[in-house]
Design a protein around this ligand. Structure first.
Ligand SMILES: Nc1nc2c(ncn2[C@@H]2O[C@H](COP(=O)(O)OP(=O)(O)OP(=O)(O)O)[C@@H](O)[C@H]2O)c(=O)[nH]1
Ligand SMILES: [Mg+2]
Length: 432
């Protein structure tokens, strides 16, 4: 992988660490949430770093009818994503690239945007109109609260992949619990690039806007999103003149939401652009997000490691198996005791992995131990009528049996446990 941007070495190193840990521990900790999350993240991060790093992907997300497609059209100035009255309108994502479609192709394939729903603003860039947005890929997503469950699944998939999310709220549903608890809080905790737009502000009475705006701001602050910018917008064309209020015009209190009101339409789009342009110009948000995700993943994986492993002595295992004979319950007890001594000091998931390794050939043990006894008997000296002969024959049989049980213990129990412990040790050192 060729990386050229500053800081790329550390992000590559972090990716290597996570990938290595997943490779080493994968077989033993399969199904462990921290490991499975790390596996998914490592794949996603490797893809995102490989694909068109100069682009910043920005998704318009929100509930149905909030105005995502209208905002997409306001940004692109070409009505490419149908906005509509029937709900939900958008069933698949649309993308507009401020740059060459060819260069963005692979990234758009990865995002899963169909080629029929890809557009470009390249000509506007040539005319220097929108040069500040060069490198932006704007996505119009389906709704999150759809009657169509696949819309929500599609949005959830894409929200993990994009670099910035502009969450479009409307004055009716801005307090929706699904939005705040199910999405905004999670998004804010996992990414830098989150902006909330209070859309359809033209539908509010002038006096209502500051109140609704302050209410939404408070909801965001209470959810720990005080750093997330809130921009009042109107995505449709001309903003209709509001009928005069009965008791004369109510003077809105001065505040950030008052200044934003515009009668020229597309109010707030320029405020959104002003927030996006520095991010796009820097062009490193994708890498920063990957870096941040990997750092969090390494911390998470850290919980899966503890002190160094110390392989236990084999003697109690061999003694236990010798006296267990072919009694399955006693064999199992012996194995459990060995697994417990092998996992001293290991964190829970690895202790379980060691136990699993110790038990992996449990069902084969009674037969293998039976064969060991038969083999030792077959080796028993025949001339044991001579003086002291029986004692010598017993000793020899005992000796042969012990050597056979040693082999059985090694092959069926100790080796699988050693493999698990070696993987643990290598995984442990890969993170330090
Ligand atoms: N007055 C006003 N109407 C708007 C605004 N934004 C969108 N609308 C209207 O609201 C309706 C829904 O807009 P869409 O842009 O289709 O909403 P969406 O969020 O894309 O909806 P889904 O695709 O169903 O998720 C349309 O009739 C738009 O014209 C706005 O800022 N002001
Ligand atoms: Mg739409």
């Amino acid at each position: 992988m060729a990386h050229s941007t500053p800081g790329s070495e550390s992000v590559t190193t972090k990716l290597d660490m996570v990938q290595q840990f997943v490779d080493l521990a994968g077989e033993h900790l399969a199904g462990e949430p921290a490991l499975e999350n790390a596996r998914t993240l490592a794949e996603r991060s490797a893809d995102r770093l490989r694909l068109a790093r100069g682009f910043t992907t920005i998704a318009l997300a929100g509930t149905t009818g909030s105005g995502k497609s209208s905002m997409f059209n306001a940004f692109t100035t070409i009505d490419r994503s149908p906005a509509g009255i029937l709900r939900p309108t958008t069933s698949e994502p649309y993308a507009c690239v401020w740059g060459s479609l060819t260069f963005a192709d692979e990234l758009l394939d990865w995002l899963g945007v169909s080629s029929r729903r890809r557009f470009t603003r390249e000509s506007a860039l040539d005319a220097n109109d929108e040069v500040g947005l060069r490198g932006m890929i704007l996505l119009d997503l389906p709704d999150v609260d759809s009657v169509e469950p696949r819309h929500r699944a599609e949005v959830d998939r894409l929200l993990h992949l994009v670099d910035v999310v502009i969450w479009i709220c409307d004055p009716q549903k801005y307090g929706d619990q699904l939005v705040h608890e199910g999405y905004l809080r999670q998004l804010a905790s996992s990414r830098e690039g989150l902006i909330v737009a209070l859309n359809q502000t033209d539908r509010l009475q002038p006096a209502q806007l500051p109140k609704v705006g302050a209410d939404l701001r408070q909801l965001l602050d209470e959810g720990g999103l005080s750093k997330v910018p809130l921009v009042p917008t109107s995505a449709t064309g001309e903003v209709p003149q509001l009928p005069p209020a009965k008791r004369g015009p109510i003077k809105p209190k001065p505040g950030p939401f008052v200044a934003e009101r515009s009668t020229r339409g597309h109010s707030g789009v320029s405020a959104l652009r002003a927030l996006l342009e520095p991010i796009i110009l820097r062009g490193t948000l994708a890498e920063e997000s990957v870096d941040r995700d990997l750092t969090a993943s390494i911390a998470d994986l850290g919980k899966l490691i503890g002190g160094p492993a110390s392989p236990p002595t084999i003697n109690p295992l061999v003694r236990g198996l010798s006296s267990a004979g072919t009694d399955a319950a006693r064999i199992e007890q012996t194995i459990q005791a060995y697994a417990a001594s092998a996992s001293v000091g290991l964190p829970g998931p690895w202790a379980r992995a060691v136990e699993q390794a110790a038990r992996s050939r449990l069902h084969e043990l009674p037969a293998a131990l039976g064969q060991a006894v038969a083999f030792a008997d077959a080796q028993r000296p025949r001339r044991n009528w001579l003086p002291g002969g029986k004692k010598r024959a017993d000793q020899k049989t005992e000796f042969v049996l012990r050597a056979e049980i040693d082999k059985v213990a090694l092959r069926y129990v100790v080796e699988p446990v050693r493999r698990a412990l070696a993987a643990y040790e290598r995984a442990r050192t890969s993170l330090t």
